[in-house]
Write a protein that binds this ligand. Structure first.
Ligand code: GLC
Length: 816
């Protein structure tokens, strides 16, 4: 049975013809005529193909083709969040050989014979990206394709969750959401499909988003040395071109187009513990009790599939969980929230007795085949049916059903198996005749498999938002498509508890972040297998700085809670979880940046240093925001490693010692040590460690100030209530500070969120010669580390600390 499933899977992964196989593809004809529209032009080709160029912004142009003989398709995509764009000026210039559409940033040159599209920088006329051959479609199969010239030194990033290195050059990938437990480097596809990538050459980046949800293939010069190919099995050739040159700017636009991550509740940044499965209810009480007894921080416990009655969604097993509301209330008293799993498969129970099935059937919300029969798959409850989440009323119904969980106090929802996985046919090969409503378009399975999870998480997110309007929804998902960041955090599925899988986390998180998905994480220390104490310790050194920090393990695995691995590993986990909770003000500030700008917390160095060639495929280090660089040990037995630090001044986070960048250094890394560096020029806010995120307010607030080589530093702290959607109405507070040549300027806080009284402590690194400090021109008294009085003191030969009650006003401190 298993053998047969993996054989099927292998065949599916081979897919139809490879991306480079142009057999049957008919190129668009030569350009014949042009018609202007409001936001762009329609280019009609000799064979009847129409290519639409649409200017959405000076740096964003959409290319959409309807090939000769191709039926018209509605212009709708589940991925797109923004369809109305303010008019951006553009001109069109027609010449004998080509027409050129120009915006403030881009020139789109369309050559007439043959039809080739080329993107240039409007300022320098430099070619950024160009077709190698005309776009094409196979009239028999409906396959569509584009071939781009491959730059001699062009590098590629993005494509979301792929079990591969950071740089996609010389690799090929398939987009087809797949349940792939135990995946390893090279397994492709896996759970998610995000057909967005960034090309980077000579420090200049562009972005390309192929908004086609059918199975598609990307080849970045693997099968051909000079060509980057794309092909989708069917659907419309519809892509968005983003002008850089900066990666951050492209991410900003891409997440404007496909939506940004709303702010999750603060507790989502807390440590989370799961297993497949905790039951009965008293087991959860005990796990929470043990966590507190072991002085290990914990914010969330998860209920996996055994909380349900026979795996029926929206039910509780009465014998295991006789009073779920009492359980969530008891855990809440300890600062622990409960998140429950929710699978898309609804138990097929035609004999009655299961209202969810009865209602869904009566309202015709379940997916059907072309012949009208129900699609019955096989998942945890045995035979199961699946909701057509493309129907708005079905989404609403699903969202309302969540009261079965939120009523008893469940705080968040974990949407799993939403590729959708069907044990009887994991690849979906036999499901081609399933029809989705798709806003009345009645589109095929092929167009909807990759967007299934997007719509399921949407239904879930919107349900939570409706049922609990005063709370930020928290949804975690396994599968997804472009735009998934609007609804859910992503975990990387059933990873292995191995060092190889730990190392793979880094490029996976980085690539998800480079594809718009800023809230990511993976099972600690791995879902399949247990891993040893060393792996647990090293996993937490990474996870402490990853947005989603969740421990989880499979049903047949020995328990994964940190204390089960012996006192040494437990101590290391405690150290790094406490580091995480101390850094909450910094992590939350960086999370807000991701929400506001689309630039993720977890970053490959490349994102902060795109001009530095040493970062192009550097994926065994990462940064958190702009300020922290981590170089974790990712191999068993290693007690040291090489660390690349880009140009500039860095500070060893643990000792405060300044280190010159632009070099690779060798550093010791015993089992309890994570090589961690603060970037010169940054300010890192932190507070005291705590046992859960709601235990106490952030007091004191410490600002570690790390001057760069010019003696400058700047940064800020973002705060809000951490739980309600009021931040969307501006109920927040930003405290900004800057340091230059011995002067620390604290700006008056911006925004109207009012925190309780607290004190600030500014730690100024690289200040060995300071002998006096003034506050707004008046001498500040000296104090000590232990006295809680305002003043200044020397914490180490290099670090001066200023203690100051936050009075909500601007101040200047002079250090002399
Ligand atoms: C899937 C999930 C895993 C979960 C299990 C049981 O394998 O990926 O996290 O524990 O199903 O629900």
């Amino acid at each position: 049975m298993r053998l047969c499933a993996s054989l099927l899977c292998g065949l599916a992964l081979l897919g139809p013809a490879s991306a480079l196989d142009w057999t049957g593809l008919r190129p668009a004809g030569d350009l014949a005529s042009l018609a202007r529209r409001d936001q762009g032009v329609d280019l009609t080709c000799a064979d009847g193909t129409v290519v639409q160029l649409t200017v959405l912004a000076p740096d964003l142009v959409r290319v959409r083709a309807r090939f000769a003989g191709q039926p018209a398709a509605p212009d709708h995509s589940w991925a797109i969040a923004r369809t109305a764009w303010p008019a951006a000026p553009w001109q069109i210039h027609e010449a004998a050989a080509a027409v050129t559409l120009t915006t403030a940033e881009l020139e789109v040159v369309v050559r007439r014979h043959p039809l080739l599209v080329e993107f240039r920088d409007a300022a320098t006329h430099r070619v950024i990206n160009a077709d190698q051959r005309p776009m094409a479609r196979d009239p028999q199969t409906g396959r569509v394709a584009v071939a781009k010239r491959l730059g001699f030194d062009e590098h590629f990033y993005g494509l979301g969750e792929k079990a591969a290195h950071l740089d996609r050059r010389r690799a090929e990938f398939t987009m087809w959401n797949s349940d792939t437990p135990g995946y390893t480097e090279g397994t492709d596809p896996i759970y998610q499909s995000i057909p967005f990538y960034v090309g980077l050459e000579g420090g200049n980046a562009y972005g390309l988003f192929h908004d086609n949800s059918h199975r598609s293939h990307f080849d970045f010069g693997r099968l051909s040395q000079d060509c980057a190919d794309y092909a989708a099995d069917a659907g419309v050739l519809d892509y968005y071109f983003f002008h850089g040159p900066s990666l951050k700017k492209i991410l900003g636009r891409y997440t404007e187009l496909t939506g940004r991550m709303p702010l999750p509740p603060l507790w989502a940044l807390g440590h989370q513990q799961s297993r497949y499965s905790y039951y009965p209810d008293t087991m959860l009480d005990e796990v929470a009790r043990q966590y507190r007894a072991h002085d290990l921080p914990l914010d969330v416990l998860y209920l996996d599939i055994h909380y349900m009655d026979g795996y029926r969604v929206f039910t509780w097993d009465q014998s295991r969980f006789p009073d779920p509301a009492a359980l969530t209330a008891r855990l809440a008293q300890q600062g622990v929230r409960v998140v429950t799993i929710l699978d898309p498969g609804v138990k097929h129970q035609p004999e009655g007795g299961y209202p969810v099935f009865d209602e869904g059937l009566a309202r015709d919300y379940f997916l059907r085949r072309q012949d009208g029969s129900l699609y019955i798959g096989e998942v945890w409850p045995g035979q199961a049916v699946f909701v057509d989440y493309t129907k708005e009323d079905a989404r609403r119904w699903w969202g309302d059903k969540l009261t079965a969980l939120t009523g008893p106090g469940v705080a968040g929802i974990w949407t799993d198996m939403n590729e959708p996985s069907d044990f009887a046919d994991k690849t979906g090969e036999r499901q081609k005749d399933i029809v989705f409503d798709d806003l009345g378009a009645r589109s095929p399975y092929g167009a909807n498999r990759n967007t299934f999870a997007l719509n399921m998480t949407r239904a879930t997110y919107e349900g939570l938002a409706r049922l609990q309007p005063d709370r930020r929804p928290f949804v975690i998902t396994r599968a997804g498509y472009a735009g998934i960041q609007r609804y859910a955090t992503v975990w990387t599925g059933d990873n292995n508890a191995t060092f190889d899988a730990l190392a793979l986390n880094l490029p996976m998180f980085a690539s998800l972040g480079l594809s718009g998905e800023a809230f990511v994480g993976s099972d600690l220390p791995g879902f399949i297998g247990r891993g040893d104490a060393e792996l647990l310790a090293r996993s937490y050194q990474v996870a402490a700085l990853v947005p989603l920090c969740r421990n989880h393990g499979a049903i047949d695995q020995y328990d994964h809670e940190p204390w089960r691995y012996g006192p040494q590993a437990e101590g290391i986990v405690r150290k790094f979880l406490k580091l995480r909770y101390r850094l909450l003000p910094f992590l939350y500030t960086t999370l807000e940046e991701a929400h506001r700008t689309g630039v993720p917390l977890f970053r490959p160095l490349l994102l902060n240093f795109q001009d530095d060639p040493a970062t192009l495929n550097l994926d065994d280090e990462f940064m958190v925001g702009d300020a922290l660089l981590a170089a974790p040990v990712l191999r068993a037995g290693e007690r040291g490693r090489e660390v690349y630090l880009p140009a500039g001044r860095w500070y060893d986070y643990w000792t405060g010692t300044a280190v010159a960048g632009g070099t690779t250094l060798r550093t010791d890394a015993p089992l309890d040590h994570l090589p961690l560096y603060a970037r010169g020029g940054s300010v890192i806010p932190s507070t005291d460690a705590m046992s859960h995120t709601g235990e106490k307010p952030w007091n004191p607030l410490r600002f570690a100030i790390y001057p760069d080589t010019a003696g400058h530093a700047a940064g800020s702290l973002y705060e809000d209530d951490g739980q309600s959607p009021d931040y969307q109405k501006g109920v927040s507070r930003r405290t900004a500070l800057s340091f230059a040549t011995g002067k620390l300027s604290l700006a008056a806080p911006a925004g109207n969120f009012a925190p309780a009284a607290r004190r600030f402590e500014f730690s100024l690194h690289a200040s060995p010669n300071v002998t006096s400090v003034t506050l707004d021109g008046r001498a500040l008294p000296e104090t000590t580390a232990t006295a809680l009085t305002p003043g200044w003191f020397r914490a180490s030969p290099d670090v001066v600390v200023i203690r100051h009650a936050d009075d909500g006003r601007a101040h200047t401190f002079d250090l002399r």
